[in-house]
Design a binder for this molecule. Sequence first.
Ligand SMILES: Nc1nc2c(c(=O)[nH]1)N[C@H]1C(S)=C(S)[C@@H](COP(=O)(O)OP(=O)(O)OC[C@H]3O[C@@H](n4cnc5c(=O)[nH]c(N)nc54)[C@H](O)[C@@H]3O)O[C@H]1N2
Ligand SMILES: Nc1nc2c(c(=O)[nH]1)N[C@H]1C(S)=C(S)[C@@H](COP(=O)(O)OP(=O)(O)OC[C@H]3O[C@@H](n4cnc5c(=O)[nH]c(N)nc54)[C@H](O)[C@@H]3O)O[C@H]1N2
Ligand SMILES: [Mo]
Length: 752
Amino acid sequence: MNETQAKALSTENDKWVRTNCWSAPGCHPAGCGLYLHVVDGKLVDVEGDEDHPISQGRVCSRALCLDEAVYHKDRITHPMKRAREDRGLDKWEQISWDEAYDLLLTKTREIQEKYGPEAIILFAGTGRECTLSAYSACFAAYQSPNEVFAMSGYSCYGPRCAISFYILGAGYPEIDYAAFFPERYDYEGYTLPKYMIVWGKYPLISNPDGLFGHAIVDMMKRGMKLITVDPRVTWLASRAEYNIQLRPGTDAAVALAMLHVIIYEDLYDHEFVEKWTHGFDQLKERVAEWTPEKAAEICWCSAEVIRGAARAFATNGPSTIAWGLAFDTSTNGVQAGQAVLSIAAICGYIDVPGGMTIGEKETLLGKWWTDSTAEVDPDIWNYKRIGAQEFPGFAAVQTHPQPDRVLDALESGEPYQFKMAHYWGTNFLANTSAHAPHRWYERLKEETEFGVINDVFMTPTAMALCELFLPVSCVGERKGAVMPQFGRNMSFIGSMTQAIPENDTKCDIDIMIDMGRMMNPDAWPWTNVEDFYDDWLGRFYGFGYNELVDKNVYFPGYTYKKYEKGMLRSDGQPGFDTPTGKVELYSTLYEIFGEDPLPYYIEPRYSPYSKPEMAEVYPLVLTTGARKWGSFHSEHRQMATLRDIDPDPILEIHPADAVKYGVKDGDWAAIENPFGRAVLRVKEVPTIMEGVVHAQHGWWYPEQDGEEPNLFGVWKTSVDSLIPHNEMGKLGFGAPFKNVICKVYRVESLDD
Ligand SMILES: Nc1nc2c(c(=O)[nH]1)N[C@H]1C(S)=C(S)[C@@H](COP(=O)(O)OP(=O)(O)OC[C@H]3O[C@@H](n4cnc5c(=O)[nH]c(N)nc54)[C@H](O)[C@@H]3O)O[C@H]1N2
Ligand SMILES: Nc1nc2c(c(=O)[nH]1)N[C@H]1C(S)=C(S)[C@@H](COP(=O)(O)OP(=O)(O)OC[C@H]3O[C@@H](n4cnc5c(=O)[nH]c(N)nc54)[C@H](O)[C@@H]3O)O[C@H]1N2
Ligand SMILES: [Mo]
């Protein structure tokens, strides 16, 4: 669908409404352009917007099924409450929003007065639209410092953002896919990267954090070459010049070996290194021992491929690196990230056309989040945010408590106990948060006096732990704005335009504002989502919400080589916003935090080498959670079309391992280690490395009994139960979600 067709086809009761997609249901803020076909106030069809500068008409299966979500029979469309003693039972009672808010306010005041505001904990999931409002709801409405993203080691995006902050003094660096320019690849200042390393990431499916992944295919068609680093031979890997198929969790070793080749073969950008980096000589010394042969042995890959990839990348500039979740989901990921940013930096590929774009430090959303922390009593913020004292490096760059320490606090009651929990866009028990999900579940069930959730559907989390259910609106029903990279490296802002009524649901920003006005009115000048965007868009871009709707997308622009122009530092001087003003290959901040300032390799904590005796029983390396087309984390399981694409939870195993461990294609199998167990359906794939298995995450079964003890079958495929607690890496970041050992054996059924 394009603008001309949409205009020609639209009548008063039969309209094609243009919008940009985010959530609910969930996705990251790639902001794919959609046309919503609305007949008599009802959504009947979804099509891609061909004029959208980024997505250009392409959309995924989940966006195409939006109408299935909106009108699903299981959707929760009114607020509901239930008594605390009925936790786990389907005894919900429909109530009005007024009653819901009265109850929320009464319980909040009760808990705040009895235990202090810090006894309220707010759990939020990944970057759906609701993440934006979660921070301020916690800090400025509840006035609690405990807004938690509860994956062990905060193992998503946070570590990569923190590394970027420490090493570059900037927001998250993204591949340059000409996303900042409406004319895209034709923009005269743009250069196509010669090579892209796709490293521990699969953007064709994941479109993570606002990166429109299909752009990689567009760039390949224009001549860009690929290097891939992944334990699985993906579609992209099969088309790569160099494919480094590695043992999960060993990425830092590959990166150190690439640095070795680039430095010792003198392939780096001397001018950039001399002028704009700090600690090159120390880095050179550190990587001296890291020959590709040494790394190849550790990583179970080929030294020649590492050498070839390093040479190709360094000698064909500009080139770029798409670095993904595999960096966060590893105890050694902070090292791997530092090494990878160092590769990009010494090759001179930071902030140049066709290299890696770098994010702003002060952004519309970032400012709102940090401003709202001022609403928490400073003593509470400084001394009661869980883990802030123990992990100063973490606390310096994150407004969250350290998640592993939050579970410790729940289990010990020290330094204090949590008495109320708000789940804001997280199906906590089926997925996230819950490394060690049973442990979170038991403590939260026991300790919290009140639980509230904002969601679209009934979930195991709501059924097990909540007394109040606040139903949220979907894309198309809500008003809002999409911001790729959550504003940090934001190529454009897209309008989320309302096409159909919200009825008795609300968007999360409205819920946040309503809560704020009830609980801490002085800090809340807005009355609704429109007001809110009028204010914030006005402050940053000089226009309001309705103007954004008219524009549909707005491109704020991008300036390359900001470090030469004094655009990165708060003092206006050229350079990077780090203590030395340079890219810190040798991190002075790590030194202050008492950490090794240079990148290094450590073996994953639960690997065949670090735990050889355990590996005799648990011989396989487990990686988890590679994304798939039909779902976003634990979502979309109840939508027939999408469930048809992905009916069962899949365990990928190499055919040789399948024979060895007595399972075959289509069997049910259990994966197990000392921490937990999960049952999945076997898929034999020659594309996964031998000795490695991959398990999908986020499974539950909405078609099953929702009440306790079954809870929609949430414990049957609890892949996160295999991920240990308190095994995080440097500075409290990273945990082995993609590298822990396990065994595999055949079982009769999902219930076995
Ligand atoms: N083993 C393993 N586990 C993983 C991962 C992995 O790779 N391996 N990946 C992890 C990662 S990176 C992340 S970020 C987490 C993500 O974990 P979460 O973000 O917590 O994802 P879900 O568990 O699907 O919970 C999201 C809930 O939000 C609801 N929702 C959707 N849209 C909206 C909205 O607009 N408003 C509100 N209020 N609710 C909405 C959905 O219906 C759903 O119930 O999972 C992690 N879990
Ligand atoms: N459809 C869909 N899209 C999503 C999500 C979703 O649930 N569904 N989740 C969203 C979220 S929250 C996130 S964080 C992003 C994540 O998106 P990405 O960053 O793209 O990460 P993944 O899809 O988890 O994994 C990408 C690749 O890493 C490989 N891999 C596994 N272990 C390792 C390792 O140790 N080293 C290396 N180098 N590679 C490894 C996997 O085989 C996989 O091909 O996706 C987002 N987009
Ligand atoms: Mo994530």
